[in-house]
Design a binder for this molecule. Structure first.
Ligand SMILES: Nc1ncnc2c1ncn2[C@@H]1O[C@H](COP(=O)(O)OP(=O)(O)OP(=O)(O)O)[C@@H](O)[C@H]1O
Length: 231
């Protein structure tokens, strides 16, 4: 079996609110291999977005080990360690981790095709295939339009084209269809799973949508884990 793209061991995360410590994740572990998909579900506030932020280095855990595409990050750090964690996370987000949010995160001053071209370039790939990515995602005809000239579903397809054009090892998707109507959400999800299957990358998808979660290979229900011990 191929080695994991993503491993997390013993992840814990707290926030402080009104002077009180609010535990969100406690001792969470997971493992995702190339081509696998993991749905992260749970009630509102259970920590889905927080977990995805930890897995791409936008937030740091209190404790735990995260390994992505062979790069390892451990908390707490040894005080003697001069950390280059932030630079390594930034490099992973540039080349290896594609992040998809609920709203398409396109640059408004660039056409769809230029958004995809920029993302591929930043990931270190030769440009030229951008229109092909947009066509595969069903928005080839809109390639020269600007983000404010397309629908939410078309913008989200362009956001997926950006992510796949960078050929990531791992995609983190936070409610990627949450702002779309059912029909459009299903079409965008079809694209996401088809392209993920073709590319062989790993996918971690946070969602409230049980139909979307059921399309993933594995399920992680954060509501079933109670960091505060109140359930
Ligand atoms: N920066 C922050 N400061 C304090 N508390 C925070 C912060 N970010 C998140 N939280 C808290 O952490 C908990 C988990 O939030 P998170 O956004 O990860 O949940 P979620 O499962 O993604 O929720 P939803 O389904 O509503 O998007 C919530 O109680 C939230 O209020």
């Amino acid at each position: 079996m191929s080695s994991a793209v993503l491993v997390a061991r013993g992840l814990s995360k707290d926030f402080t609110s009104g002077g009180q410590r609010v535990p969100v994740l406690s001792g969470l572990s997971l493992c995702v291999r190339p081509g696998e998909s993991l749905a992260v579900v749970g009630r509102s506030g259970s920590g889905k977005s927080t977990l995805l932020n930890l897995l791409c280095g936008l937030q740091a855990p209190k404790e735990g080990l995260i390994t992505v595409a062979g790069e390892s990050f451990r908390r707490p750090r040894k005080s003697s360690e001069r950390s280059d964690d932030d630079a390594r996370w930034a490099e992973l987000r540039r080349r290896s981790i594609g992040v998809v949010f609920q709203e398409a995160n396109l640059m408004p001053a660039l056409s769809l095709v230029d958004n995809v071209r920029l993302r591929a370039h930043l990931a270190g790939h030769a440009t030229g295939g951008e229109r092909g990515w947009l066509e595969r995602l069903g928005v080839g005809a809109e390639a020269d339009r600007y983000p404010d000239q397309v629908s939410g579903g078309q913008a989200q397809r362009a956001a997926l084209a950006m992510v796949f054009a960078m050929a990531p090892a791992l995609i983190l998707a936070d409610e990627p269809t949450g702002s779309l109507d059912r029909h459009t959400a299903d079409a965008v999800a079809d694209c996401l799973f088809a392209m993920q299957g073709d590319s062989g990358c790993a996918l971690v998808l946070a969602t409230h949508d049980s139909e979307l979660a059921a399309r993933c290979d594995h399920l992680l229900d954060l509501s079933a884990l109670d960091p505060a011990g109140t359930e």
